[in-house]
Design a protein. Structure first.
Length: 175
């Protein structure tokens, strides 16, 4: 999982994906910003698997696109969403309410929350991770990243535990 936007993934060209180095270059990010991302080994392996499938099943094409349709053309946003909703149905995922159903963009939010939870579990500085995460996600302002994290019950629980530990330590120091 990389946390990139759907449009950024669709815009990837084969030259943007360096699996030998474990790097991905997002050239067409939001607001025209580019960034380079290091890929986790599991992501590299998944992308290699995709490349093998592509070579076997997609027709030879002149498109530079990394991700292609069965017709050998660059993916279209509406078709990616359609495929996502089909996978959601096949997986048996159901909406929590009529207005709260699984969205492809939720994968990006999950990536952000998981990154912060992993940092806290490893005893890392949350603020430093948040700054890195904001850059990784291609946010212009850290406030955009805070928004991704603000509705996470898991992060709220960790924040509550950390606050309790901090207050207990202060109380013990005063005695």
């Amino acid at each position: 999982m990389t946390g990139i936007r759907v449009g950024e993934a669709i815009a990837l060209d084969r030259a943007d994906v360096d699996l030998a180095a474990g790097r991905l270059t997002v050239r067409f990010g939001k607001f025209g910003k580019a960034r380079e991302l290091a890929l986790h080994a599991s992501t590299v392996e998944a992308l290699r698997g995709y490349q093998r499938l592509r070579r076997r099943h997609a027709p030879a094409t002149g498109t530079p696109a990394f991700f292609v349709s069965l017709a050998g053309t660059r993916l279209r946003y509406c078709n990616v969403h359609h495929a996502f909703h089909r996978l959601v149905r096949l997986a048996g995922l159901t909406p929590r309410s009529p207005s709260c159903r699984p969205r492809i963009h939720d994968l990006r939010h999950s990536f952000a929350v998981r990154s912060m939870l992993d940092a806290y579990a490893a005893g890392q500085d949350g603020q430093a991770r948040l700054t890195l995460l904001s850059t990784w996600l291609g946010h212009v302002h850290p406030a955009s990243t805070y928004w991704y994290l603000s509705a996470s019950p898991e992060l709220m629980a960790v924040a509550g535990q950390r606050l309790e530990q901090h207050l207990a330590a202060r109380s013990a120091a005063r005695r």
